[in-house]
Ligand binder design. Structure first.
Ligand code: OGA
Ligand code: NM2
Ligand code: ZN
Ligand code: ZN
Length: 365
């Protein structure tokens, strides 16, 4: 791996050449902070050394570069060591290509190749579970077909990979038409593409919906990759939706939830991180007068694209079928149905992405 090493800059840098032709320069300070010796790292992999204990500008006195390990002695006498492959993998020089995100954006054409698996295969675990979770991670949704119609199945599926996120709607909730609904989900009305619970902080990152019965006509589900749609927004409209937070709210007799977030939330690098879109719970916009019209233009053009046939997919859940979505990326909706003309009963629950990714990583070991 490492073919040569030289201490430079008065002991403050270690330059390494690698067998893949790459050249790295590690700061002595960084190396000391990441020393893998038994004094600095616990066998669990957790750090014993605290960056506050390191001298401000440690200097390297000597280095020995081996094929598998790199060792060095610091001027204060500390003998340090690192795994060579670990150092190569953690090189922080800026000419390295950014690791490509696992995310794969999609549009309506994904209908021809849905991330769909059989319920019994995935619940058996192993490679079928791994492949399905990997698809959910990259595409932001997945379908499990042909499962049982037993109530409570939805939380058992969440427990295959993570933990149920309990909310004011319960550990699981029944989605069917009821008298005096506290949420439009509990009617036969169509629901435009939306993310759930944007009024919650933090918003649940996964939602699962499982079909117990669906004899009523209509009530088909729609999904759209809002990250894909956001790519096609004119730049000024994208910026308006990213720079101005709006508020979402939900209230009933025992609950009053409110959260503020932009429709398009960006990370510190300026890349899209999360979408929050729910016309039912969005609160009146508070915008500078000069922004009211431009903001509405952007909000409505994004909302219209979310329903555009070019981007969205539509399917009918049969009893036993289930889908999961990344609730900060893939929006879900349903077409209207007539509650008098048959039964439609879904059960849903929330869960979180970190648990799913953890299970996926363990299955990939
Ligand atoms: C929901 C929802 C869709 C459906 O309950 O949040 O979006 O198919 N339901 O009923
Ligand atoms: N339900 C189905 O987030 C929302 O308000 C959508 C959620 C009520 C749990 C509906
Ligand atoms: Zn050490
Ligand atoms: Zn919903």
């Amino acid at each position: 791996m490492a073919t040569a090493g030289t201490i430079t800059a008065g002991g403050s840098l270690l330059e390494l050449d690698w067998s893949d032709g790459h050249h790295s320069a590690f700061h002595a300070l960084w190396l000391r902070d990441n020393c893998a010796c038994a004094q600095c790292r616990h066998t669990s992999g957790q750090r014993l050394l605290d960056a506050r204990q390191i001298p401000d500008r440690p200097a390297l006195a000597r280095a020995r570069v081996g094929d598998r390990t790199v060792e060095a002695t610091f001027a204060d006498g500390h003998d340090a060591c690192w795994d060579a492959a670990w150092l190569r993998a953690h090189c922080y020089c800026l000419n390295e290509p950014e690791s490509s995100p696992r995310r794969r954006l999609w549009d309506a054409r994904v209908q021809a190749d849905l991330p769909r698996a059989r319920h019994e295969d995935v619940t058996a675990g192993g490679s079928a579970l791994r492949e399905w979770l990997a698809a959910v991670d990259t595409l932001g949704f997945g379908i499990l077909a042909g499962g049982p119609t037993e109530p409570g199945t939805v939380t058992r599926v969440a427990e295959l990979f993570g933990f149920v996120r309990e909310t004011n709607y319960g550990r699981l909730f029944d989605v069917r038409s009821v008298v005096n609904p506290n949420n439009l989900a509990y009617t036969g009305l169509g629901l435009g593409a939306h993310t759930d619970n944007p009024y919650r902080d933090p918003t649940p990152t996964l939602q699962l919906l499982h079909c117990l019965s669906s004899s009523a006509g209509g009530g088909e589900n729609t999904l759209v990759d809002a990250f894909r749609v956001a790519q096609d927004l004119p730049r000024e409209q994208f910026e308006l939706l990213a720079r101005h937070p709006i508020r979402f709210r939900y209230a009933d007799e025992v609950t009053e939830l409110e959260a503020e977030t932009p429709v398009l939330a960006l990370d510190v690098r300026g890349a899209l991180q999360a979408v929050h879109y729910n016309t039912r719970s969005a609160q009146p916009f508070r915008l500078a007068p000069g922004l009211v019209e431009p903001y509405y233009d952007a909000y409505r053009s994004f909302g219209r694209l979310l329903e555009d046939r070019r981007y969205r997919i539509q399917f009918k859940l049969e009893p036993g079928d289930l889908f999961i979505v990344d609730n900060l990326r893939v929006l879900h909706g349903r077409t209207a149905y007539a509650p008098e003309a048959g039964e439609r009963h879904l059960q849903g629950c929330y869960a979180d992405r970190d648990g799913l990714r953890s299970t996926l990583a363990v299955l990939c070991r």
